[in-house]
Design a protein around this ligand. Structure first.
Ligand code: AMP
Length: 417
């Protein structure tokens, strides 16, 4: 069975085609600048040369048509006929409380995703365009959706509620949802397999550190807490996002700087984090290079960034009464020796013994970077969200169970019940 995985954004669309017989990637690529007359389709077929095509692509339906055309292209294609795409899996950022595992797309699922537009205005509408574009191009092909929030639906109410009037949760579902769930699920499970220990018996902290960054506490195979909140702004310091901030700062700045809601939101999401503090870049590579060539402010930004991660690991060690494994993943987590070393340097109180040599070698591979004697196993596990989406889609269309546990969120206690 061949499965096409799609991650649709408002003006871009990434795709990856899997042959599930051996879980190999037949092709991958992306369409950028959707909505413009010079949109770019970059296509990487396995075993063939990459191609890049610039053309007018005004909406997602055309983008999908172009992608499908490329998959069966006589020269650059990897399939004989379009009927060889057997199912499509979509990444959907927000599943709210409605979805705790992946599901097959039907009318009810589509209306639920639409109801969640308010909670993820930048993401869910774009995912819906992707789903509709596939419906138009491949009307008889089953589609599944895999949610970034689903894995965290096992959080207990004391971890997901904010200490604000309960009516706001009841009326508007304001609570912590958490994101990067597909990645936290994948790397925590792989960590257990790597260590040869039962997933259901481990206490794992996963650090997904990329442009967006979050930590999760995964206890006995379930997410019990995570650093992102109702939106992906809360928690760690990120490339351009502030992460945790005293909420009173927001009305204060709005008054002092005469900012609108949109302006302050844009400041916190797009002009903060590593970019704001380093004054150089949101890209950790550039900040690290500047730090290593003696730029003190870049060094300060780096320290702030890694301090936040260490603080969350400490918090989750307390939440789980210990840690068996600490996992680094995503762009920075997988590639930055310096970030991993700095984060771990203050964690010796946990019995964590970092191994510099292991940290330096084996890039791109799953590996242990703590000593054999360390009480906490520190691992680097490259994430693979697309594969998780393909795997869940395959399970669902073959009548099996998707990854993860179908749960109803823990009931929040109320005086009336
Ligand atoms: P992601 O959002 O997961 O694609 O991660 C993007 C981030 O990973 C950017 O901040 C990159 O600078 C960072 N990154 C990628 N490679 C490296 C590297 N070798 N060293 C440090 N940071 C890296």
């Amino acid at each position: 069975m061949n499965i096409l995985v799609i991650n649709a954004g408002s003006s871009s669309l990434k795709y990856q085609l899997y042959d599930m017989r051996d879980e190999s990637v037949l092709a991958k690529g992306k369409v950028e600048r959707i909505g413009m007359d010079s949109a770019i389709l970059s296509h990487e077929p396995s075993g063939k040369n990459e191609v890049r095509e610039v053309s007018e692509i005004l909406e997602h339906t055309t983008a999908i048509r172009k992608v499908l055309g490329m998959l069966i292209h006589p020269e650059h294609g990897v399939l004989e006929r379009i009927e060889d795409v057997h199912a499509v899996g979509h990444r959907v950022v927000h599943g709210g409380e409605a979805f705790s595992s992946s599901v097959i797309v039907n009318e009810e699922v589509k209306s639920q995703i639409k109801r969640l537009f308010d909670l993820a205005p930048l993401h869910n509408p774009a995912h819906m365009l992707g789903i509709q574009a596939v419906e138009q191009n491949l009307p008889n092909v089953p589609q599944a959706v895999v949610f970034d929030t689903a894995f965290h639906q096992t959080m207990p109410a004391h971890a997901f509620l904010y200490a604000i009037p309960m009516v706001l949760y009841r009326r508007h579902k304001i609570r912590r949802y958490g994101f990067h769930g597909t990645s936290h699920a994948y790397v925590s499970e792989r960590a257990a397999q790597f260590l040869g220990k039962p997933y259901e018996e481990l206490k794992i902290v996963t650090c997904h550190i990329g442009n967006g960054a979050s930590c999760a506490a995964v206890m006995n195979g379930k997410s019990i807490d995570t650093s992102m909140g109702m939106t992906p702004l809360e928690g760690l310091m990120m490339g351009t996002r502030s992460g945790d901030i005293d909420p009173a700062v927001v009305p204060f700045i709005m008054a002092k700087e005469d900012l609108t809601v949109n302006e302050v939101s844009s400041m916190l999401n797009k002009h903060s984090g590593l970019l704001a503090i380093s004054g150089i870049s949101s890209d950790m590579r550039e900040v690290t290079e500047a730090m290593q060539s003696g730029d003190k402010i870049a060094g300060f930004a780096f320290d702030m960034f890694t301090y936040r991660i260490r603080k969350y690991i400490g918090a989750y060690a307390a939440a789980m009464n210990g840690i068996d494994a600490l996992v680094f993943t995503a762009g920075i987590g997988e590639n930055s020796e310096a970030v991993r070393k700095a984060v771990c340097s203050g964690l010796t109180f946990l019995g964590l013994e970092f191994d510099d040599e292991r940290n330096r070698t084996g890039r791109g591979q799953e590996r242990l970077i703590s000593t054999d004697a360390s009480k906490v196993a520190v691992l680097v596990i490259p994430t693979n969200e697309e594969w998780m989406i393909a795997r869940d889609t395959y399970a669902l269309v073959s009548g099996g169970e998707p990854h993860g546990i179908a749960v109803t969120p823990e009931q929040v206690p109320s005086r009336g019940s």
